[in-house]
Design a binder for this molecule. Structure first.
Ligand SMILES: Cc1cc2nc3c(=O)[nH]c(=O)nc-3n(C[C@H](O)[C@H](O)[C@H](O)COP(=O)(O)O)c2cc1C
Length: 366
C-alpha cells in the first residue's frame, strides 16, 4: 500500500501514543514565550505543547495551568529546572493536575522522577550530548528529546544529524529530534532516522499565537544569515544560541566590571520577580559552585531570564538578548499554529509518499 491515505498511520508514532497527541510534533518550552495560549493552540492543532514554568511567577503558575485547561481538552506538559526557587511547587502542581509530561534540562533526582512516574507523568528531558541521554535514561526518563547544536537557547556542540543517530543507537526509549526543524521535510527526515517525532522551539516562537511583541519578531524574520545566529557564553557562562545584536556584542566585549554590573542588576530583578529569598539565592549559589560552575557563572545565572524578558515581553530587542535556533534564517512567515502544523503534516506525508513511490518504481524495474 502506498496511497497517501495510508500515510497518516506513519505519522502516528509511539510518541503520539504516549503523549496523547495526533501528530508527532512537540512545541518545546521557551521562557516567556511558551504561555498558555501557545501551548493550547499547539495541543488543539494536534501537536503537544509544553508550558515554560521557569519564567512564570509562582503565584500565577496554577492559574496558567488552569488557563491551558480552559483553552483545550488535549494533553500538555510543563517545563522546569531544579534550580528555580519554586521547583517543588512545579512538581506538586504537575502531579496535582496530572499533566501528561514534564521536560527539563538540569533534571530532578531519581526520587522525584519516581514520584512523577507513580503519578503517570512522563519524564521527557532534553539533552545535548550522548552521555546526558544515557544518564537521563538511567535516572528513569520515558522519552528523550535530543537537541542538536543548531537549536535555540542553551545548546550543546554536536549537530542534530550526528547526535540523533548516536542517541538512537544508545537508548531504548523513544527519541524526539530537536534543533533545526521547521517543516515537513524535517519531520519526514527525523522519522527516517528512527526518531519518534520532532520538537521545535524557534518555529513556534514565530507564529501568530506567539506572545512575542512584533518589534522583536521582526528581528527573527530579518535574521537571514545562519552564521549570525550563534552560540555565546556571554549571558550566563553556558553556550546559548542567539541572534547577534548590539547588546550581545556589548556583553561580550565588556570587561569584568561591566559583566559584574549586569549580573548583579539581573540577580536583583530576578529576585523581585520570583520572590526568591536571600537564603535560597545563597543555597543555589553554593549548589551551583559544588557542581563546578565558576563563581562568575553563578552570579550570571539570572542574566538569561532577565535579558530575554526585555526582548520577549517588553519588546525592546536591542536592549536584551534573542535566543534562537539557526533555523530562524529559513523562516519568513508567522502562520497560525494550526496552519503551521497542517503544513508540516501535509509536507511530511507528501515526502514519505514520494519516497514510497520511488521505492516501488525501483523494485518494479528490478
Ligand atoms: C526563545 C527561546 C527560549 C527558550 N527557553 C527555554 C527554556 O526556558 N527551557 C528549555 O528547556 N529550553 C528552552 N529553549 C530551548 C527550546 O525549548 C528548544 O529545545 C529549542 O528551541 C529547539 O531548537 P529550535 O529552536 O531549532 O527548534 C528556548 C529556546 C528559545 C528559542
Amino acid at each position: 500500500m502506498n496511497s497517501i491515505s495510508s500515510l497518516p498511520s506513519i505519522l502516528h508514532t509511539v510518541l503520539c501514543e504516549r503523549l496523547g497527541c495526533r501528530y508527532p510534533i512537540v512545541q518545546t518550552a521557551m521562557g516567556w514565550v511558551a504561555d498558555a495560549k501557545l501551548v493550547a493552540a499547539t495541543s488543539n492543532a494536534g501537536g503537544f505543547g509544553f508550558l515554560a514554568a521557569a519564567t512564570i511567577q509562582a503565584d500565577v503558575l496554577e492559574a496558567e495551568i488552569l488557563k491551558v485547561r480552559s483553552l483545550t481538552d488535549r494533553p500538555f506538559g510543563i517545563n522546569f529546572h531544579m534550580f528555580q526557587p519554586n521547583a517543588q511547587q512545579v512538581i506538586d502542581l504537575t502531579i496535582k493536575h496530572r499533566l501528561r509530561a514534564v521536560s527539563y534540562g538540569r533534571g530532578p533526582d531519581a526520587k522525584t522522577i519516581g514520584r512523577f512516574k507513580q503519578a503517570g507523568v512522563l519524564c521527557m528531558p532534553t539533552v545535548g550530548a550522548l552521555k546526558h541521554a544515557q544518564k537521563a535514561v538511567e535516572l528513569g526518563a520515558d522519552i528523550i528529546t535530543v537537541q542538536g547544536a543548531e537549536g535555540g537557547g542553551h545548546t550543546g556542540s554536536v549537530p542534530t544529524t550526528l547526535l540523533l543517530p548516536q542517541v538512537l543507537d544508545a537508548v531504548k526509549v523513544p527519541v524526539v529530534a530537536a534543533g533545526g526543524f521547521y517543516n515537513g521535510r524535517g519531520l519526514a527526515g527525523a522519522l527516517a532516522f528512527g526518531a519518534s517525532g520532532i520538537a521545535m522551539g524557534t518555529r513556534f516562537l514565530m507564529t501568530a499565537e506567539s506572545p512575542v511583541p512584533r518589534a522583536t519578531l521582526q528581528k527573527y524574520l530579518d535574521a537571514k544569515d545562519p552564521a549570525k545566529i550563534r552560540a555565546s557564553t556571554a549571558v550566563d557562562g553556558m553556550p546559548q544560541r542567539m541572534i547577534d545584536n548590539p547588546y550581545l556584542l556589548r556583553l561580550e566585549s565588556g570587561g569584568l566590571l561591566h559583566r559584574l554590573f549586569v549580573a548583579l542588576n539581573s540577580a536583583w530583578q530576578w529576585r523581585a520577580h520570583t520572590g526568591m529569598s536571600i537564603a535560597h539565592m545563597l543555597r543555589t549559589a553554593i549548589t551551583a559552585l559544588g557542581e563546578g560552575d565558576s563563581a562568575i557563572q553563578t552570579m550570571m545565572a539570572a542574566n538569561a531570564p532577565v535579558l530575554i524578558q526585555r526582548a520577549m515581553v517588553e519588546g525592546r530587542p536591542d536592549e536584551g538578548v534573542l535566543p534562537s535556533g539557526q533555523v530562524a534564517s529559513n523562516i519568513d512567515s508567522l502562520p497560525s499554529v494550526a496552519e503551521l502544523i497542517a503544513a508540516i503534516v501535509g509536507e511530511a506525508e507528501a515526502r514519505l509518499a514520494a519516497l514510497t513511490a520511488q521505492t516501488n518504481k525501483t523494485e518494479a524495474a528490478a
